[in-house]
Write a protein that binds this ligand. Structure first.
Ligand SMILES: Cc1ncc(C[n+]2csc(CCOP(=O)(O)OP(=O)(O)O)c2C)c(N)n1
Ligand SMILES: [Mg+2]
Length: 580
């Protein structure tokens, strides 16, 4: 018997997968389905691929995103046709904005079954619209001359497009004909099926040089040297090598306002209390920077955003495709890698400059830090600010902490003390509260144990991932701040609405017992009682292995009081009147 469609599909998908592996891919995520049989088997049978199987496609794509962020390599995601592929959209959106290399491989019906009402057939052409960097419909696998180089070329181009720079998601739609299951017959796609010798990719794609232009380096250096009242603002940054930005701030003699996910809040010149001194109008009004140099993602806190928006001049360093400038105040956007640019500017600056400007920032920062710490330490019950501070301080060197959207990322920004050895990551591209358990599980597939700080609604939003993923050999400590709903809304305008509306429409309390949720999933569980005990609880959870939930019970109304108290104590320490 000759080879059937299933054998042909497998042979061609193998070439695709092999090229992804040659481009550095080591991990792939798949969800079950019939149409994707050839893709699933090609991944499962490739010795270079570690496979992760997930029931829920949304969760699967978010897990892949968590892996891609830490590996900085392409991660493939495979699923069947129909709504399965559509469920990848949220992760594709996040990957595009966070510039993470996902290779989305959707199986599809062959052309003759499209638009016929055939089962599980939807229009998958450009399914992710502008949210992917590249789309191709591969066409149905065929044993024709040139087939081998076609499938290899597709794979290496997909990887190259995903890696960029800028990195991002790509989508290959792969229509497959029945019979879908291979019959074990050999398929001869010719000598090129073996690929380039020595494991080389079919096509090496070189990115253009990323060195900043000499004229830009000189102009920026001159501007920095001429400005005493400057500020470096660092939002979320990928990868390592950001150290040159700290050195640049030091040489400029400017304070560095560094978010945890910038990787730069490691000690001076980074401010220790993040945006806290800027939250009241007083210090901010008296310390308007003449020049802000903003690197990485958009600042998270309102205070940092207002500081950037109020600067007399703003220079933004941003990778291609992104415009991290919601205030539209940037007068100069420099494309490229901030660390590379900083390293190029550094030699042009003199030794560290000391000035009254920097001293004022440092003094305000130290006063704010002390005032905030005194508040946090005094509260007799577990609190959200303290949980963020203590968790960041307690994690071992080399740890990765996923900061959840909503209050966790904000509390870390306000309260995490500077330290080295901790990598804080976040899905800040689109700031969804979805997919966070999955993203954390994806991190845990790369580093063990991984850690996450998320809200209770974020946990419940992605509870399916917990049910599926808690007993699959991954080590993850999920610290869940349980304030029985969305605590952030009480700190935003919705808190002032009539209480019934504020509760039912925004806070959305659930009343669930997280211990029972953990038990249903087979995850470990502990609940914080002593406000000073989080470090110990997390260490105990980590040493137990597996997926562990550490619940931090808090109260939404009390949390508003906590934040108000910190604001008042910081304002008093800075000699300001509280902003109310
Ligand atoms: C997918 C998605 N849906 C809705 C929102 C809007 N949203 C922002 S914060 C929030 C509440 C989150 O609650 P929780 O995770 O418990 O964190 P908390 O606010 O209590 O810190 C919601 C619903 C969002 N960001 N993403
Ligand atoms: Mg909550």
């Amino acid at each position: 018997m000759s080879a059937g469609e299933g054998d042909l599909g497998l042979a061609c998908c193998h070439l695709l997968v092999d090229e992804l592996v040659r481009a550095g891919m080591s991990d792939a995520c798949i969800s079950p389905g019939s149409r994707s049989t050839a893709l699933a088997l090609a991944l499962a049978r490739h010795p270079g691929v570690r496979l992760h199987v997930h029931l829920d496609e949304r969760s699967s794509a978010y897990a892949a995103l968590g892996m891609a962020r830490l590996q900085e390599r392409p991660v493939a995601v495979v699923c069947t046709s129909g709504t399965a592929a559509a469920a990848w959209l949220p992760a594709a959106v996040e990957a595009r904005l966070s510039q993470l290399p996902l290779v989305l491989l959707s199986a599809d019906r062959p052309p003759e079954l499209r638009d016929t009402g055939a089962n599980q057939a939807i229009d998958q052409q450009r399914l992710f619209g502008a949210h992917v960097r590249w789309f191709a419909d591969t066409g149905v696998p065929e044993a024709r001359p040139g087939a081998a180089r076609y499938w290899r070329s597709l794979g290496s181009r997909a990887a190259a497009a995903a890696l960029g720079p800028p990195a991002g998601p790509v989508h290959l739609n792969v229509p497959l004909r029945e019979p879908l299951v291979p019959g074990g017959r050999a398929v001869d796609l010719g000598p090129e099926a073996a690929g380039r010798p020595g494991g080389e990719p079919w096509e090496r794609v070189s990115a253009p040089p990323r060195q900043p232009a000499e004229a830009d380096v000189a102009a920026l250096a001159a501007e920095i040297a001429a400005t005493e009242r400057g500020l470096v603002v660092a939002g979320a940054l990928g990868g390592g090598g950001a150290g040159a930005i700290g050195a640049l701030a030091e040489a400029a003699g400017w304070p560095l306002l560094a978010e945890p996910a910038s990787g730069l809040r490691t000690g001076p010149p980074a401010l220790s209390a993040g945006p806290l001194p800027l939250a009241g109008a007083g210090f901010r009004a008296g310390h308007v920077p003449d020049l802000v140099l903003q690197v990485g993602g958009v600042p998270t806190s309102r205070a940092s955003l207002a500081t950037v928006a109020g600067a007399r001049r703003t220079v933004v360093v941003a990778p291609d495709e992104l415009h991290p400038d919601p205030a539209r105040g940037a007068s100069w956007t420099l494309r490229g890698d901030p660390a590379t640019l900083a390293a190029a500017v550094l030699p042009r600056l003199g030794g560290a400059r000391r000035s009254a400007w920097t001293r004022a920032w440092q003094e305000a920062d130290a006063a704010a830090r002390a005032a905030a710490d005194a508040c946090l330490d005094a509260w007799a019950e577990p609190s959200e600010p303290r949980a963020a501070r203590d968790l960041a301080a307690a994690l071992p060197d080399g740890a990765v902490l996923l900061a959840g959207s909503s209050m966790p990322i904000r509390d870390l920004d306000a309260f995490m003390a500077p330290r080295s050895g901790l990598r804080v990551v976040a899905n800040r591209g689109a700031s969804g509260i979805d997919g966070l358990v999955s993203t954390a599980l994806g991190s845990a597939a790369v580093v063990r144990p991984a850690y996450a700080l998320i809200g209770d609604l974020a946990l419940l939003h992605d509870a399916g991932a917990l049910l599926w993923g808690a007993r699959r050999g991954l080590d993850l400590v999920l610290v869940v701040v349980n304030n029985d709903g969305g605590g952030i809304f009480a700190l935003l305008g919705q808190g002032a609405l009539p209480q019934a509306e504020a509760e039912a429409l925004f806070a959305t309390p659930h009343g669930l017992d997280l211990g029972a949720v953990a038990a249903a999933a087979g995850a470990g569980y502990r609940r914080l009682v002593d406000p000073a005990g989080l470090g110990e609880a997390v260490a105990a959870a980590g040493s137990e292995g597996g997926v562990q939930i550490v619940e931090v019970p808090t109260d939404r109304r009390r949390n508003v009081e906590h934040h108000a108290e910190v604001a008042a104590r910081v304002a008093a320490a800075l000699g300001e009147r509280p902003s109310g």
